[in-house]
Design a protein around this ligand. Structure first.
Ligand SMILES: *[C@@H]1O[C@H](CO)[C@@H](O)[C@H](O)[C@H]1NC(C)=O
Length: 159
């Protein structure tokens, strides 16, 4: 998935610890995958995703996403990958990120497994749109520094 290159995973997991701590970063308005893979799990596992306030992020009961019990903060924004359940992959995607989504999350399989993930949502990325170049790349091969400065100035004042 092309979104994966936008996700930086930092594994802060000591090999002998039961609870592994993962750190995921994203940007406002974008989406991230919060990973949760329990290799001994399967499609019949019950999985409970919670946030720092113990709000219902997503429950997966017997291979079915329980969207009706999702907290409204997460409804329509968080979904999982049912085709991956049989591999024990209960990762979720969270889209339309806001700063308020930052914080710890927990993927919990009762009596078996728990994974803690810390999400950091950064300010929106400013993606400069390249000016149209009618000469097919001529603008790139012959950059005009004053024009670039002007564009940068316009871009930063527009933010
Ligand atoms: C779990 O599924 C997601 C979505 O398909 C995928 O991006 C991720 O790589 C999978 N993780 C593993 C360990 O297979």
């Amino acid at each position: 998935m092309e979104h994966l290159d936008r996700v930086w995973l930092l594994l802060l997991c000591s090999l002998n610890s039961v609870v592994c701590q993962l750190h995921v970063e994203g940007h406002v308005n974008e989406e991230v995958v919060l990973p949760c893979v329990y290799t001994e799990g399967d499609s019949s596992s019950n999985v409970f995703w919670r946030d720092k306030d113990n709000l219902f992020v997503l429950d997966i009961i017997g291979g079915v996403e329980q969207t009706q019990t999702q907290n409204e903060r997460f409804r329509g924004r968080v979904s999982s990958f049912p085709a991956e359940y049989h591999k024990g992959n209960f990762s979720i995607t969270m889209k339309d990120l806001t700063m308020e989504d930052s914080g710890p999350y927990e993927c919990h399989i009762p009596d078996d497994f728990q994974r803690d993930i810390t999400l950091t949502v950064n300010a929106p990325r400013v993606v400069p749109t390249p000016p149209p170049s009618p000469a097919g790349g001529a603008a790139v091969t012959h950059p005009s520094t004053w024009l670039c400065s002007l564009l940068l100035c316009l871009c930063s004042s527009a933010v």
